[in-house]
Design a protein around this ligand. Sequence first.
Ligand SMILES: *Cc1c(COP(=O)(O)O)cnc(C)c1O
Length: 457
Amino acid sequence: MEPAPSATSAPADDRAVPLALRRDQAVRAAIGEGLVGDGRQPVAALLDLATVREAARALSAAFAEVSADGQQMLHTFAVKAGSLVPVLRLLDDCGIGAEVASPGELALARAAGVPASRTVLDSPAKTTSELREALDLGIALNADSPEELARLDDLVPRGAMDEHAIGVRINPQIGGGAIDAMSTATATSKFGVALRDGGAREWVVDAYRTRPWLTRLHCHVGSQGMALTDMAAGVRATYELAEEINTGLGRRQITVLDIGGGLPVDFTSDRISPTYADYARVLAAEVPGLFDGRYGLVTEFGRSLLAKAGVIVARVEYAKSAGGRPIAVTHAGAQVAVRTVFAPDAWPIRVAAYDAKGLPKDGPDVTQDVAGPCCFAGDLVAKGRDLPLLAAGDHAALLDTGAYYFSNPFGYNSLPRPGVHGFIAEGDAVRFRTIRAPQTLDDLVAESGGPHRDALL
Ligand SMILES: *Cc1c(COP(=O)(O)O)cnc(C)c1O
C-alpha cells in the first residue's frame, strides 16, 4: 500500500518523512481502533516511541561526540515535560535519568524505577522533609537559595564529604529569551542565586569554602525562545565560577557541572532544529573546558526529548460560522493545550486536518478557527489558520504536543483527562500501548469530592 500523503506541509528534510508518515498512520489506526472518535473518547494523545528513542539516542551521541574519553555524563529528563510513569521508564531504558522538582515528580520517577543515582532534585521550594528524603535516598540536589543552604547545613552530617551530590543553582543573569515566562536567567528571575547582584559572587565562593560537601554547580538559563549562544553564555558563566572556586580553594571541590536543559523546539515544521549536536558543538566552541574531562556533566532536557513525538487527536463535534469566520468546535482545547490557549503568541502549534476515517484531508485551505470544548471564548488552539475546511466528524490533530501538553492537563469544566497511548509503527501496522487510561467519570467524581458528598451538611 502506498503511504497516504502527510497531512502537514512538505517536510523540510529527509529525516522528517518517517516521522510525519508514522504520525498519519497512527492517527488513522487510533481512529480505526476507537481509541479516539465516535464513541466515548472524543480526544486522545498518541506518542511515537521511535521518535522518543531517537531523541534520546541523539542526545547521548551529541555529547559523547564532543566530550573527553571516559568523561562522566548523566542525561536526565525534566519530568515536568512528560510526567507519565511509562514515559519515564522508557527514557530510563534509553539511559536517561530524571530531573524532579516536587515530591510528586520524585514519586513518579521512583515508580518508574529510575535509580537514585540517576535522579536530580531541583526546585525553588523544597521543604525540609523533601531535603531530608533526598539526602536519605542519595539523590543529587541543587540548592536554590542561601536559605535552603542554611537548612542543608543542619541536615548534612558533619564529615559526610563525598556521600552527597549537592550543588547550588546560580542565575548567571545573562538576560531573557523570546518568552518572558520561560526566561530563567533575567536579572530578577525567581530561580537560583543571582550571581551579578552585589556581593553574591563572593557569597557563593565563600559558601563553597565553608562547605566541603558542596561538589556541584548548577544552571538552567531558560526554556524555549533562548538562542543557543545565550544558553552557552549561561553555561560558560557557570563553568568560570566553578574554575574560580576550585582555583581559589586550591582543590578540585566542584567535580560536576549541571548545565540544565532548555533546547528549543521548532513548532513550525517537522524539522528537528536546533539539534542536540548543534548545541553540543556551540558549547564545545564557547566553553571548551567543559569537555576536557575534568568535570562530570549533568543535563536536564525536557521539551526537546518529547515534543516531536506527541500528537493530540480530537474529533470535530460541530463546524459553525460566526461573523464570516468558520469555526471547528473540537474536543481539544485548554484542558490539553493550556499554554497555547492562554498565551497563543508565545506557544503557537500546528494543527493538521484529518477526515472521519483519519485520512489527511485535502482541499483548498480555508481560514478558520479551531476551538476547544471549554466554556470560555478564548478556548482556541488556532485562530485564523489556513487549512482544509474541517467539518463535523473530521479530526483535528495538534502536532508537536509530546511535551508539556497532555501530561499537564488543566482541570476545567470537569473535562476528563484523555487517554495517552504509545505507538510503534512497523510497515503498515501500528501497535498501541496504553500509557495513561482515559479518566473515567467515576474517577472524576471521586477526585472532585465525591467521597465527601455530605461533608457540608
Ligand atoms: C523545566 C526545567 C528543565 C527542562 O527545560 P526544557 O526547556 O523542557 O528542556 C530543566 N531544568 C530545570 C531546572 C527546569 O526547571
